[in-house]
Design a protein around this ligand. Structure first.
Ligand code: SIN
Length: 324
């Protein structure tokens, strides 16, 4: 864990730490910073780890350029910041590297091709929020990148929470919602998707607003692809409030867009962001190959101090040999 002096807080405007071992270049007013850091394929000093962690808490997603890593180096980098989980609890991992999940162009081919988008926020998500303890962070590295297209977007869910009216904040503070794996709205899902999902079902109830222990920030923990309904509301009330919140969190002013290059790395706080994988690549003929590692997360806690509850499946554990 970072030392207390290195934990930036919202109250101080995140000004607690002036980094000395890395350079942090913010990309927008609310989210995203590019970091100049030492070679990430080598072991990092505790100071560099603390400074990257502090930048992550503040900027929610940080980017590195020209840091080509092997799978083993990717695992070592991730392990400096937490405990890697299995690549993906439902969709598996890269042969020989159980902590690494392959994100190839056609991983969900028929989920995304030729099917109409029902709503613009279909596809936005926070990783694996169907688990009772969704990953704390994700580290995605780009290997094969199209010459154009294939950008990823992230949004800052803490700023989105703050931008709601006090009245609506007070209401959403009291709510909880059901997160489950299911094909995107209006899409059937492939047989493979359905079968994997049937074998490893994951369903959890999370507070709509979670509190981040290190910063005290309140975060609108709504993950459009996973959050299916709000507990205690009628289906119509639930859908209409979710539509409002999903539209709200995807407002452009809360987001950053990242143009990948081979050797780029995106490292995001999965508790305080949602992201949108690109769709334009499905109308282009280029390859796109990235690899992701997720770090074990805590069970979210709401404003009332109540934790999330598991409805189906198992918590996401740190990967250890024998758990794959
Ligand atoms: C992801 O959803 O983790 C992958 C994002 C991407 O493909 O850009």
């Amino acid at each position: 864990m970072p030392s207390a002096a290195l934990v930036p807080s919202r109250e101080s405007g995140f000004a607690d730490l002036a980094p000395r071992h890395i350079a942090v270049h913010p990309l927008t007013g609310h989210i995203g910073a590019e970091i100049e850091a030492p070679d990430l394929s080598r072991p990092l000093s505790p100071e560099v780890v603390d400074e990257i962690r502090a930048a992550l808490l503040k900027w929610k997603v940080v980017f590195f350029r020209d840091q080509p890593l092997s799978h083993a180096e990717h695992v070592a980098l991730a392990s400096a910041f937490g405990a890697p989980t299995i690549g993906h609890p439902v969709f598996g991992f890269v042969e020989g590297y159980p902590q690494v999940y392959s994100i190839g162009r056609d991983r969900f081919a028929t989920r995304h091709t030729g099917e109409p988008l029902i709503r613009p926020w279909t596809g936005w998500h926070t990783d694996v929020t169907a688990a009772v303890n969704p990953p704390a962070a994700s580290i995605l590295r780009g290997v094969t990148i199209p010459p154009y297209g294939g950008d990823t977007f992230w949004t800052n869910l803490a700023v989105a929470y703050d931008a709601l009216s006090p009245t609506l904040r007070g209401f959403v503070d009291t709510l909880r919602g059901i997160h489950a794996f299911a094909p995107p709205e209006g899409q059937a899902g492939t047989a493979d998707f359905k079968e994997k999902n049937r074998r490893r079902p994951l369903v959890s109830e999370h507070p709509l607003v979670r509190v981040i222990p290190e910063t005290g920030e309140r975060v609108l923990f709504v993950s459009p692809s996973f959050l299916k309904s709000i507990t205690g509301l009628t289906p119509r009330e639930s859908q209409q409030l979710l539509d409002l919140l999903f539209e709200h969190i995807t407002r452009p002013e809360f987001t950053v867009r990242f143009r990948w290059r081979p050797g780029s790395i995106a490292f995001w706080d999965n508790r305080t962001t949602a992201h949108l994988a690109p769709r334009d690549i499905y109308s282009l003929d280029f390859d796109r190959q990235l690899y992701r590692i997720t770090l074990k997360g805590d069970v979210p806690v709401g404003v009332d101090g109540r934790s999330s509850s598991l409805i189906e499946g198992e918590p996401l554990e740190a990967f250890t040999a024998g758990t794959a």
